[in-house]
Design a binder for this molecule. Sequence first.
Ligand SMILES: Cc1cc2nc3c(=O)[nH]c(=O)nc-3n(C[C@H](O)[C@H](O)[C@H](O)COP(=O)(O)O)c2cc1C
Length: 374
Amino acid sequence: MKVALGIGCDRGTPLATLARAVDEALAMAGLHRGQVSSVGSITLKADETGLLALAAQAGWPLHFYPATQLAEVVVPNPSETVRRHTGSPSVSEAAALLAAGTTEASALCIEKHRLRGDDGRNATVSVARVMPRAAIPPCVANTDPARCFTAAEREAVQSLMQVRRDMRHFTAGAQVAEDVRARLQAALLAAPSVGLMQPLRVLRITDPALRERLAATVDEERMRTAQAMGPRAAEFLALKVEGVRECAELWALVLAPDDGTLFGRRTLASEMAWCSAGAAVQNLWLAARAENLGLGWVSLFEPGDLRRLLSLPVGAAPLGLLCIGPVDRFYETPMLIQQQWRQARPVSAVFTENSWEPSWNTGSCATPEHLPLG
Ligand SMILES: Cc1cc2nc3c(=O)[nH]c(=O)nc-3n(C[C@H](O)[C@H](O)[C@H](O)COP(=O)(O)O)c2cc1C
């Protein structure tokens, strides 16, 4: 059996105290260190030296979760004191479950083992069974095709769509756990696509040097876009338009070379492929928000630069760089509205009946981009 550990501790808890707490907790469950597959804790502890040393020494991958994400996990022993200090009523139990790829409290084999070290510092360790690979839900647990959604679930979906944002500010140094990534991938693959063409390909960028080269390309295009903005150039430059360097995950989106799918594409072949890619990204966008992760689509780059940097074959088209990861807080409204760049259209400016609305000819319902608001 493989397990994941969740660890909470006082600031400055030494390695020795943490190691003792972990070994005691494992022994209580009849387990040993070789069965630990990963360790979870709260983002606040991303610089906790004892914890980092323990994980490095034991060779355990370490995942940090924001307080908002931990707070959503229902645990057997929530604590008001822990909530006051960290923003989440549970650190070790919730982090152990998330690191184990589940939110089922029954996966906890040790709920909370607390140790006060000789140094006076407290460490708390929880142990959770890792779900077998096949049992990790590919997207959601319930895939019953006849599923009937409740009013509360409907409300949750509406809420998800309303609070989804394009994010450019990310929590630096954070990570996305493997099981979360698996659910995001599942969301992408569950999207509709013309003729079931599934034309989108994703290149996960894990090479820091490549990430930096991509970021530099975006910087260059940002300057070129600013020049093209004319009187609004300075205002545009004041906007944050990407989080390529800070985000936990950087995914390059590429439209695959056309596979010749005819179904639904005889007349609008390239448009329908592009729309299918967009539909997949929207699934991902919502799934990321449901995981309490931010996602930002960055389209400021020269396609040729990305083709070269990613060694794309002829016919493949770069569509975007997706910045994904924990954020300190989500924007309350689209950032472009917050920053007075543009206003959103009301329903009446988007829906009509039976025939084209003549006032749309000039785009007069939109806030023109070349004019500042107000
Ligand atoms: C295809 C596409 C490309 C985008 N490219 C960028 C980009 O390069 N930089 C950026 O800051 N936002 C980009 N955005 C985000 C939009 O600006 C954002 O969706 C819009 O302002 C509405 O905000 P919201 O997503 O928070 O509702 C892109 C969005 C889409 C759909």
